[in-house]
Design a protein around this ligand. Structure first.
Ligand code: PMP
Length: 414
């Protein structure tokens, strides 16, 4: 049976493509089909304009307000923070820290929170499907503290084993770090359940939201997570921007992460006092233009019908699955009941890198490899996958082009 593209009302991905200049180009003589959104999304003109306007008019350093430009830059920077506060429903601006991205956000929690609380014999649970960014920082701190990083098992379908998780939750576990959505498999984890179970066992929880925020409305207070980390560049904002949400009481108790300007109140050789939240964790000149650009991305997303957008992305994913089921020799990697964003697969007998190269020759951009998730690739006994990942501007025609491209690739490779 042929897959039929459903009609989604209230959402016009084709029209929105016009907002993204990078999509209006040809690659290798073919119109670009961009399906590498889990790596980074393209940027709408509104974000590019916000960056250009900031650098063309307001560029200055922040929080040093002796002149008009510095005042303007400070207002723009703190307004951007407040926009993020509202976007994820944080309790206040004290709970939203700017970072360079998810990786730095997680390293901040590992170096500051975990390092200050972990003792010999303590445990950090991470799922077996995590991105390296949500494994290695914990390994570094565990080694320094005599603690242990323990993987939560993942089934062959790519779902977290909740029963195994429950049985791992004992008094040794001080922290649980789990991705909202797996970048390698697309699995959407039941994070509310994971958080509630961890809390009832007395552990704190960090959610790696790098692949969550681009696809879902996130309400950190409703989730009750202790930390939520995400990157601006995966949600239509600039690279080098990211956010760490943390509960105020925890952030208050945590020691500074980096030392330098901005994060202090007073400095003397007798002793230094630290600034209030959120500045205690923001040493040095921040990425002011990036924050302004990220705020423009939030505005852009909030200007859309988010429910219709989510329905569109779900329909794209379903359409890809239906096509995959009918495609001979294609094996899906990760078949969780709920998946979002990323669609991973292999063509029988073909190395994923070869598939990627042949798709690129047809103007189709996908990612191939281990997706910085080597442990789960090892569990599945594969070197990597081909990953197509969707964003708001992808259309059913893009999915058609992907499968037509795969047919062509097959004739070359098999
Ligand atoms: N976690 C996940 C699930 C990711 O997909 C990524 C990026 N691929 C990261 C963390 C790291 O994000 P960044 O490189 O923006 O810090």
């Amino acid at each position: 049976m042929n897959a039929v593209a459903p009609a989604i009302t209230g959402f016009d991905a084709k029209a929105l493509r016009g907002d993204f200049p990078a999509l209006q180009q040809e690659v290798n003589g073919q119109p670009l089909i961009y399906l590498d959104n889990a790596a980074t999304t393209q940027k709408p003109q509104a974000v590019i304009d916000a960056l250009v306007n900031y650098y063309a008019r307001d560029n200055s350093n922040v929080h040093r307000g002796a002149h008009a430009l510095s005042d303007r830059a400070t207002v723009a920077f703190e307004n951007a923070r407040n926009k993020v506060v509202q976007f994820i429903n944080a309790g206040s601006s004290k709970e939203v820290l700017w970072t360079r991205g998810t990786t730095e956000s997680i390293n901040l929690v590992a170096s500051s929170y975990a390092r200050s609380v972990l003792k010999t014999g303590d445990r950090i649970l991470v799922s077996a499907m995590e991105h390296h960014s949500n494994i290695v920082p914990w390994q570094l701190v565990a080694e320094a503290c005599g603690a242990e990083v323990v993987p939560i098992p993942v089934s062959d379908a790519g779902e977290l084993d909740i029963e195994a998780y429950k049985s791992l939750l004992d008094e040794r576990v001080k922290l649980v770090a789990v991705g909202h959505v797996s970048n390698a498999l697309g699995t959407v984890n039941p994070i509310k359940l994971i958080i509630d179970l961890a809390h009832s066992a007395g552990a704190k929880v960090l959610i790696d939201g790098a692949q969550g925020v681009p696809h879902f409305d996130v309400d950190v207070q409703a989730l009750d997570c202790d930390f939520y980390a995400f990157s601006g560049h995966k949600m239509y904002g600039p690279t080098g921007t990211g956010v760490l949400y943390g509960k105020e009481a925890l952030l208050e108790q945590m020691p500074p992460y980096h030392g330098g300007g901005e994060m202090i109140k007073t400095v003397s050789f007798e002793g230094t006092t630290f600034n209030d939240l959120p500045f205690k964790f923001e040493a040095g000149t921040p990425n002011i233009g990036g924050a302004v650009g990220l705020a423009a991305a939030v505005d852009y997303l909030q200007g859309l019908d988010r429910a219709a957008l989510a329905a569109h992305e779900r329909a794209l994913m379903q359409y890809a699955h239906d096509k995959a089921a009918a495609f001979e020799g294609l094996k899906r990697i990760g078949c969780a009941k709920t998946i979002a964003g990323a669609f991973s697969f292999l063509l029988e007998g073909v190395h994923p890198a070869d598939v990627g190269m042949l798709l690129d020759q047809q103007g189709i951009a996908v990612r191939t490899g281990d997706h910085c998730a080597q442990p789960i690739m090892k569990q599945f006994g594969i070197p990597g996958t081909v990953r197509a990942s969707f964003a708001l501007y992808n259309t059913f025609e893009d999915v058609d082009a992907l499968f037509a491209g795969l047919e062509k690739a097959k004739t070359f490779l098999l």
